[in-house]
Design a protein around this ligand. Structure first.
Ligand code: FAD
Ligand code: DHB
Length: 389
């Protein structure tokens, strides 16, 4: 088999790249090691920046997103027993965020891909990359029990943090920068109308909690827990009791409902530089991870592949490689802005296990500053809705 761009991973990055290339008449093959059902059911992000929405709509895959996505103009920060609204739109010249599950984005992209008739192979095994520094890089894999070989011009490594593309780069080529956090998030999806019209980020003496949503009848809630927390220790009653403590306020009640799904996610900040090795281009979580507090991961993944698609189109149209050469630097500027913002939001809102009284007062001072200073709130807002560098 032969294609122009071999894409490893059918997450938001790989599927969006495949679609953007298709719109320009460039063929690709997408290889995914999980089943379609698994990929479409994996619950993750929920907050889309305006430019992510604009890209998906512009690419013709935003019809359901425009119909079912819920536009938000602000978020709430809660600490010291009070909520403080950050009016995102007012502070950013009218920008908004849209609540639409990553699962829904992925379903829409898979449907669009299948409609093009171009290849998207699920349940491939044992993907291996060969000769990525040559002009004919290859992907070897097994599909439906048979070994396959795919010759490409370029390979896009869109296979997430635990994929094969980044580890296939020889030692010494990439430099990794990372930070681990001593805590993670226990997330639940509950069949109940969200108790607040806007997201509530709560910094509480028992730890962080977040109230989010997926639809008018589905709530998404998170609790800060230990990084190695066993979800079995959290029966539904314990989760709700803890959410009441961390999110509760006089005169406001969190409404409970059946828990449809729960899981624990670890947190880390991680970046590799550069995001390219020869004709292998890394994009999305394959190249960088942010802790989820700033809601940046999915948006960054989409940004990477927008830059990559434009560079690839230019190269095929005019033989001009300069945009491909700039790909890594161009993405990394945005990546590091998002890394800083995500680390900052995370550090401000979470309770570190070893926090001393001085550390606690610094965090509270920062929260008060964001809640009272228009300049500080504007800084949060412009990053949250997506800062244009
Ligand atoms: P992935 O979605 O990880 O996709 C990679 C794909 O590659 C997967 O389908 C995987 O199965 C496949 N794959 C892996 N290995 C192989 C292999 N060897 N061969 C073939 N295929 C392979 N981001 C936001 O922007 N906003 C949020 O609100 C937000 N909230 C989050 C909440 C949680 C609890 C979590 C866990 C994450 C959140 N994120 C959020 C982050 C976001 O989900 C990720 O950044 C996003 O999924 C990255 O997309 P991707 O396509 O790069 O990688
Ligand atoms: C959600 C996830 C986030 O990381 C965040 O900051 C806000 C909302 C969510 O899953 O709804």
């Amino acid at each position: 088999m032969r294609t122009r761009v071999g894409i490893v991973g059918a997450g938001p990055a790989g599927l969006t790249l495949a679609h953007l290339l298709h719109l320009e008449g460039i063929d690709s093959v997408v290889l995914e090691n999980r089943s379609r059902e698994y990929v479409e059911a994996r619950i993750r992000a929920g907050v889309l920046e305006q430019r992510t929405v604009d890209l998906l709509v512009g690419a013709g895959v935003g019809e359901r997103l425009l119909r079912e996505g819920i536009v938000h103009h602000g978020i709430e920060l809660q600490f010291g027993g009070e909520r403080h609204r950050v009016p995102l739109s007012e502070l950013t010249g009218g920008k908004t965020i849209v609540i639409y599950g990553q699962t829904e984005v992925v379903k829409d992209l898979i449907e669009a891909r299948l409609a093009t008739g171009r290849p998207l192979l699920f349940e491939v095994d044992d993907v291996r990359l060969e000769e990525v520094t040559s002009t004919r890089p290859r992907l070897r894999f097994r599909h439906e029990g048979r070994p396959q070989e795919l010759e490409c011009d370029l390979i896009a490594g869109c296979d997430g943090f635990h994929g094969v593309c980044r580890p296939s780069v020889p030692p010494g080529v990439l430099t990794a920068f990372s930070r681990e956090y001593a805590y993670g998030w226990l997330g639940i999806l509950a069949a109940v109308a969200p108790s607040s019209d806007e997201l509530v980020y709560s910094s509480h003496e028992r730890g962080f909690a977040l109230l989010s949503l997926r639809s008018p009848s589905l709530s998404r809630l998170y609790l800060q827990v230990r990084a190695d927390e066993d979800v079995a220790e959290w029966p539904d009653e314990r989760i709700w009791a803890e959410l009441h403590l961390r999110l509760g306020l006089p005169g406001w009640t969190l409404t409970e409902g059946p828990v449809l799904e729960k899981g624990v996610t670890g947190m880390r900040s991680y970046v590799v530089e550069p995001m390219r090795h020869g004709n292998l281009f890394l994009a999305g979580d394959a190249a960088h991870i942010v802790p989820p507090t700033g809601a940046k991961g999915l948006n960054l993944a989409i940004h990477d592949v927008r830059v990559l698609a434009n560079a690839i189109v230019r190269w095929y149209r005019s033989g001009d490689e300069s945009a491909l050469e700039r790909y890594s630097d161009e993405c990394l500027r945005h990546v590091w802005r998002a890394e800083h913002f995500s680390w900052w939001m995370t550090s401000m809102l979470h309770l570190p296990p070893d926090e001393d009284p001085f550390g606690l007062r610094l965090r509270l001072a920062q929260l008060h500053y964001v809640a009272t200073s228009r300049a500080a709130a504007t800084s949060l807002a412009e990053n949250y809705v997506g800062f244009e560098l």
